[in-house]
Design a protein around this ligand. Structure first.
Ligand code: IPE
Length: 250
């Protein structure tokens, strides 16, 4: 079983304190991954939280707005590397064979924004028994300098590349919520939930739940969106929170 797991930045960092790891939350996640990584191939992707977003905002960089300021690139990427090192350390302390993989060193976007992400190293690391740990990062972007590459985008690229059987997105909410604030159990088409998610804004490709759901629906494997408390259940093979399974899901 191959699992791609995204740990949201706001799950593992103190969102309002610049560059502060939420040690308790990260340790709990690492313990859950340590329990499951024994039998499964696991790829971990983590978000930026109070490391990436704070620096990205300061330098006016987003998934579409780029920068040519090398100092800004070093600041944003450097912060994400510090968070990645902290995540890898905590996973290692829990007994997980975690190793860092930095997307900025490998990926690129063309002028129309299409991402090319080499994945041979991730596949090989998995085959060799490692747990690759990637992170939201910056990416070289033709005609824009460098733009933000979100962890969600990485998940969508990686899941088919490693033939993931399951995709998990651990965020601060317990699932995708309907208008009344209740967790939607299962989503099979975007249309069915478009109104609950605030419409079908096609430009919302990375931020917001609508973009997340749309991207996860296109995956060949079912994706599960759940809160931190449900991480052990997800890794045990259960489907807590919301299951997102589009037409192409096998
Ligand atoms: C953001 O990654 C990375 C940077 C800002 C450089 P994500 O967009 O995946 O982060 P979270 O999960 O929303 O914090």
């Amino acid at each position: 079983m191959t699992v791609v797991l995204k740990l949201g930045g706001s799950v593992i960092t103190e969102k309002d304190e610049p560059e502060t790891v939420d040690r308790a939350a990260l340790s709990a996640a690492a313990a859950a991954i340590a329990d499951s990584a024994v039998g499964d191939d696991v790829v971990v992707v983590h978000g930026g939280g109070s490391f990436g977003h704070h620096h990205a905002a300061e330098h006016g960089v987003s998934t579409t707005e780029g920068t040519h300021d090398a100092g800004g690139v070093r600041a944003i990427h450097g912060a994400m590397c510090r968070l990645n090192a902290a995540v890898v350390d905590v996973l290692a302390d829990a007994g997980v064979p975690a190793v860092p993989v930095h997307p900025f060193s490998a990926a690129a976007r063309d002028a129309s924004g299409d991402l090319s992400l080499p994945t041979a190293q991730v596949r090989t690391l998995l085959d060799e028994g490692f747990v690759p740990v990637l992170h939201g990062d910056l990416v070289a972007h033709a005609d824009a300098g460098a733009t933000v590459l979100s962890g969600d985008e990485l998940v969508v690229e990686l899941a088919p590349a490693v033939a993931a059987d399951r995709v998990g997105v651990c965020s601060t909410v317990p699932g995708v919520l309907d208008e009344g604030g209740d967790v939607i159990d299962r989503i099979e088409t975007f249309e069915a939930v478009a109104s609950a998610l605030g419409g079908s804004d096609a430009t919302d490709v990375s931020g917001g739940m609508a973009g997340k759901v749309r991207a996860l629906l296109a995956l060949p494997a079912p994706a599960v969106v759940f809160g931190p408390d449900a991480l052990p259940a997800f890794l045990a093979g259960e489907s807590p929170g919301t299951t997102i399974a589009g037409d192409d899901t096998n």
